[in-house]
Design a protein around this ligand. Structure first.
Ligand code: MLT
Length: 266
C-alpha cells in the first residue's frame, strides 16, 4: 500500500489484526521493510503490524534526494495519522532507532512503548561525519556495489557470512537496488541529526533495548548508556550477532521482543 506526503510516495504494509496493539517497525540505513520479515512472521496475528519503507529506501519514492532526519520523523507521524493509529509501539533498528528516539522526543503522546535495536542516542562526532563524506564519495564516484561490499562487512558478524548467507544476500540486494542520490541524501541527514541523549531521561514508556554482542556501529556500551538514562528500560545482548541482530539471531531477538510486547498488554 502507498500514501503520499509532500509529494513523496511512501510504501507500507499492514499485517496481523487491527484490534491488536499497533507496532510500527522502522528499518535501518540503507535497508527496507523487508528486513523485518522474521519479526512480522513471529508476531503472527496478535498485533497490528506496520512496516514501511523510509523515503529514498525500498519501494518508497526518492523525491529530490535531500533529506533530514526531521523529515523521516514527519513521515512516520504522517503514516500513523494516515492509519488512524493514535499510539504505537515503535521498533527501530539503528537509523530506525534514531528516528524513533527523535519521534518520541517531538511527539511523546504518540507512543506506548519503544524497542531500540542496535542504535544510539549520540549524534555523529567529527570522525563519524568525515566517514559519511567518504561513503558519499564512494556512491557518487565509484559504484553502489563497492559501497555495499564495505557496508556488509561492517554490519554483519563475520560468522554470519557462512551461517546465514540468505540474510547477507537480502541486505546486499536491498543496498544494490538503492539509488545513489538517496544513499548520499540519507548520509547527509544522518550526519546532521540531533543528539537525543538529554531526552532519554524523559521517556515515560516501557523501553526494550536489544544489541548484537559484536555490534561495532552501535556497540553494547552505547546501549548500556541509554539503559542507564531511560527510566523504565530493560536491555538484552543478542549473542552471535553484530549490527543486524534481528536477522543474525532472530530466535533470541524475537523471544525478547515477544516477551516485551506481551508485558505491554498488562
Ligand atoms: C544503520 O544501520 O541504520 C546505519 O548503519 C546507521 C548509521 O550509519 O549511523
Amino acid at each position: 500500500m502507498r500514501f503520499t506526503i509532500d509529494r513523496v510516495g511512501i510504501e507500507y504494509t499492514v499485517d496481523g489484526s487491527r484490534t491488536g496493539i499497533p507496532v510500527i517497525f522502522i528499518h535501518g540505513f540503507p535497508f527496507s521493510k523487508e528486513m523485518w520479515k522474521p519479526q512480522v512472521d513471529a508476531l503472527g496475528r496478535e498485533y497490528y503490524i506496520v512496516t514501511y519503507d523510509i523515503r529514498g529506501h525500498g519501494a518508497s519514492d526518492v523525491g529530490d534526494g535531500q533529506y533530514s532526519l526531521e523529515f523521516f520523523v514527519d513521515d512516520l507521524i504522517a503514516l500513523l495519522d494516515h492509519l488512524k493509529i493514535s499510539r504505537a509501539v515503535a521498533i527501530g533498528l539503528s537509523m530506525g532507532g534514531y528516528i524513533a528516539l527523535r519521534a518520541i522526543e517531538r511527539h511523546p503522546d504518540r507512543f506506548r512503548g519503544l524497542v531500540l535495536c542496535d542504535t544510539k542516542s549520540e549524534a555523529d562526532n567529527n570522525e563519524g561525519k568525515i566517514r559519511r563524506a567518504t561513503q558519499m564519495k564512494t556512491v557518487k564516484t565509484e559504484s553502489i556495489q563497492q559501497f555495499a561490499e564495505c557496508f556488509l562487512k561492517n554490519v554483519f558478524y563475520e560468522k554470519t557470512f557462512t551461517t546465514n548467507p540468505i540474510a547477507v544476500e537480502l541486505i546486499r540486494k536491498t543496498i544494490e537496488a538503492s539509488q545513489p542520490i538517496a544513499i548520499a541524501g540519507t548520509l547527509l541527514a544522518l550526519a546532521a541529526r540531533t543528539d537525543t541523549t538529554a531526552s532519554l531521561y524523559t521517556i515515560k514508556v516501557p523501553t526494550l533495548i536489544l544489541v548484537g554482542q559484536h555490534d561495532a556501529i552501535a556497540p553494547p556500551s552505547a546501549a548500556h548508556s541509554m539503559k542507564d538514562k531511560i527510566p523504565n528500560a530493560t536491555l538484552h545482548t543478542i549473542a552471535h550477532a553484530a549490527h543486524m541482530s534481528n536477522l543474525e539471531n532472530s530466535e533470541e531477538f524475537n523471544k525478547h521482543l515477544l516477551q516485551f510486547l506481551k508485558s505491554l498488554k498488562g
